[in-house]
Write a protein that binds this ligand. Structure first.
Ligand code: TLP
Length: 350
């Protein structure tokens, strides 16, 4: 039985072209900024995001942390959504290492933050209060099921933040999924914000790396913070080489992953034992809801024994992510196996 792995698009492996590019990469010491391949990737990334400069980081987690470190001071307050990756999955690094207070505004179902609520959350000057200095957005939104933020929304959010003196960081780990879904250049989604990061190692299939982009001054400061965190890599061109291929060849094909996610959601919506909303699927993620009484961890384990791997963001929710290594036929097979397990478990729970 072939395993269908829908846990995350992070499991994608490099393509043959990437392996060849890694093998042939021209290298140098990137701490001295002398790795020509890293320099090329950083220039290419800055251009694509419409920013002055970019910095290769080890991971999306590191890029988000550096964005905080470089744009706040210890004791400041940052605002992020209640479902933000920065809040849930980054080990509390912004607080632990950046010393900032994280203030949360509820995420709407579609990944947005209500801007009136954001405005009310920003601190006014008061001897007792910390300074609110950064707003964090996420596009696409992971825990909201891969939902996209439009350029119009991002502009309105950034305009509000800037009016109150805040900087805006966009966690664009999957910004190319948003760009493909909305049919706009990624630079349009990033234009309103001060800093943006994106990942090479998710749907784009490169093995390692994220890029943090912004003004030249910001990136110079980010480079220093990266060094402090131990993220200054030497011949990092072997990583960057695959990243260049990812940016050149892997963006347009994301539409296939989105079509597969819609197909998966439509297939699953016909199964009475689970709840899925196909109309909420905007990119490469599908959220399913198990009925009360069915244990999520048992469901995941049992499904794993039937050769389908998925994850859970918590509660009765299960997340399935489509990516380059799952084909349309795998989607149909996954629907069949999920139906089997969900129906079995529901009848047992009665
Ligand atoms: N997300 C991973 C897990 O951490 C949950 C996944 O499987 O989806 N921002 C967003 C929006 C992300 O989804 C992720 C990874 C990151 C940042 C962190 O990237 P890495 O894993 O490179 O540190």
């Amino acid at each position: 039985m072939e395993t269908i792995d829908l846990r995350s698009d992070t499991i994608t492996l490099p393509t043959q072209d990437m392996r060849r590019a890694i093998y042939e990469a021209e290298l140098g010491d990137d701490v001295y900024q002398e790795d020509p391949t890293v320099n090329r990737l950083e220039e290419q990334s800055a251009r694509i995001m419409g920013k002055e400069a970019a910095l290769l980081t080890d991971s999306g987690t590191m890029a988000n942390l550096i964005a905080v470190l470089a744009q706040t001071r210890p004791g400041d307050e940052i605002i992020v959504g209640s479902e933000a990756h920065m809040l849930w999955y980054e080990v509390g690094s912004a607080s632990a290492l950046g010393g900032v207070v994280i203030r949360v505004v509820p995420n709407e179902e579609d990944g947005r933050l209500n801007l009136d609520t954001v405005e009310q959350t920003i601190r006014t000057e008061n001897i007792h209060f910390p300074h609110t200095t950064l707003l964090g957005l996420e596009n696409t939104h992971n825990r909201c099921g891969g939902t996209v933020l439009t350029p119009e929304y991002t502009s309105a959010a950034a305009e509000l933040a800037h009016r109150h003196g805040l900087m805006v960081h966009l966690d664009g780990a999957r910004i190319f999924n948003a760009a493909v879904a909305l049919k706009v250049p990624a630079s349009e989604l990033a234009a309103p914000v001060d800093s943006v990061c994106f990942c090479l190692s998710k749907s784009l299939s490169a093995p390692v790396g994220s890029l943090l982009c912004g003004t030249r001054d910001f990136v110079n400061s980010a480079r220093k913070w990266r060094k402090m965190l131990g993220g200054g890599m030497r011949q990092a061109g072997i990583i960057a080489a695959a990243g260049i291929v990812a940016l050149e060849d892997m963006v347009e094909r994301l539409a296939e992953d989105h079509a597969n996610a819609r197909r998966l959601a439509q297939g699953l919506a016909r199964i009475p034992a689970i709840t899925v909303h196909p109309d909420r699927v905007q990119t490469n993620m599908v959220m399913l809801e198990l009925p009360p009484g069915v244990s999520t961890s048992d469901f995941i384990e049992r499904l794993g024994r039937h050769g389908v791997k998925v994850g859970s963001p918590g509660g009765q929710r299960v997340r399935a992510v489509t990516h380059r290594l799952v084909e349309t036929a795998d989607i149909d097979e996954a629907v069949r196996r999920i139906e089997l397990v969900a129906t079995e478990m529901q009848s047992e729970s009665r």
